[in-house]
Design a protein around this ligand. Structure first.
Ligand code: SF4
Ligand code: SF4
Length: 257
């Protein structure tokens, strides 16, 4: 979600379906160019963090330290991770005034969606107005579904949907866990994929879980497979879903029947 801190009072919730045709074009010639990259709250998903840290060629650790603010949520297992704006001018650290976004190909979901956002029921709404976003005055009519594809949204939606299969059930329940290790492990698996990969390959992890060689190689080579595996691991560990199997040799004798 990319929320302009000046605009989040806008009322009139819209429910536009994906076949709706809207009028929009963003161009560096617009007087408002890059104004939407300032004074905004951008919530990052695990896939956003993965794309950005790879684009910047830095580790997940460094990305999290340098570019995010982690906001714990009361009685919730997963904190909110927000892109940190520059302290002096509140601009996004990746924007250059006349040039635009320096991580454009890997910009977060919320930036791709702007000036739209998605409602909980899967419909869409405009989250700004033409006084602020003059792209809404441009004579370029486009169906929302086509526009989403042009913005590279589908892969983000696929990964964010898998993430929501964890966050939605968690939101419905209070967590009272004293063991901070659980918080740390879940956070690592979601947002610190470099560390999670080390954990898989440099611990006894693979001695404990049944994984075929093809999946192990996919996890080793492809970040998307690694992220999907992290979702499965959390579903197994937190919800007890049968997304993974423990090796017989790793089950204590007293638990075997
Ligand atoms: S405010 Fe709208 S038109 Fe202006 S740069 Fe941002 S998205 Fe583009
Ligand atoms: S990531 Fe790029 S598009 Fe998003 S706010 Fe920063 S500069 Fe703007």
């Amino acid at each position: 979600m990319k929320i302009s801190n000046q605009e989040n009072n806008i009322k009139k919730p819209q429910r536009l379906d994906s076949e709706h045709v809207f009028q929009f074009n963003c161009s560096e010639k617009s007087p408002c160019f890059t104004s939407c990259c300032q004074d905004v709250t951008i919530i990052l998903t695990p896939y956003d963090v993965l794309r950005l840290k790879n684009a910047l060629k830095i580790s997940s650790d460094i990305f999290i330290d340098k570019y995010t603010i982690i906001l714990p949520k009361s009685k919730q297992l997963i904190p909110m991770v927000v892109l940190k704006m520059n302290e002096d001018n509140k601009r996004c650290p990746f924007v250059i005034h006349k040039e635009g976004c320096q991580v454009y190909d890997d910009r977060p979901w919320a930036c791709r969606m702007f000036p739209l956002d998605m409602n909980d029921d899967g419909t869409f709404r405009t989250i700004t107005n033409s006084a602020r976003c003059q792209g809404l005055l441009e004579n370029n009519r486009i169906r929302i579904s086509d526009w989403l594809i042009s913005q590279g949204i589908p892969i983000y939606d696929e990964l964010n949907y898998l993430f929501s299969e964890i966050t939605n059930p968690l939101r419905a329940q209070d967590f009272d866990i004293d063991n901070t290790k659980i918080f740390q492990m879940v956070f690592m698996a979601l947002y610190n994929l470099d560390k999670f990969k080390e954990f898989i390959f440099n611990s006894s992890f693979l001695d404990r879980f049944e994984l075929d060689d093809i999946r192990i190689e996919k996890i080793r080579r492809h970040d998307i497979d690694l992220l999907k595996f992290s979702f499965d691991w959390i579903k197994f560990g937190i919800f007890g879903q049968k997304t993974l199997n423990i090796k017989q040799s790793a089950i204590p004798k007293e638990d075997k029947k």
